[in-house]
Unconditional design. Structure first.
Length: 75
């Protein structure tokens, strides 16, 4: 991953015979880091995971008690 506004270097990075791919973002210690150091893709990923989790909880639980649903979401 090339970080910054300058044009990426044209050197092909390798480990042994394996060529490393060029990526726009990478996950390190569960934090998404983008090549332009923007937080937008990290925030979009957090929103996507929270939305998936809340929709799963709403579909699978019979009860619609707010306290029970909050407990299920935060654990």
């Amino acid at each position: 991953m090339h970080i910054g506004r300058q044009q990426p270097f044209s050197v092909d990075l390798k480990i042994g015979d394996f060529s490393l791919p060029v990526v726009d973002s990478s996950r390190d210690l569960e934090i998404l880091v983008c090549n332009n150091l923007s937080h937008s893709s990290r925030i979009a990923n957090i929103i996507n995971v929270a939305s998936q989790r809340s929709n799963l909880i709403l579909r699978k639980f019979v009860t619609h008690d707010i306290a029970t649903l909050k407990f299920a979401f935060f654990t």
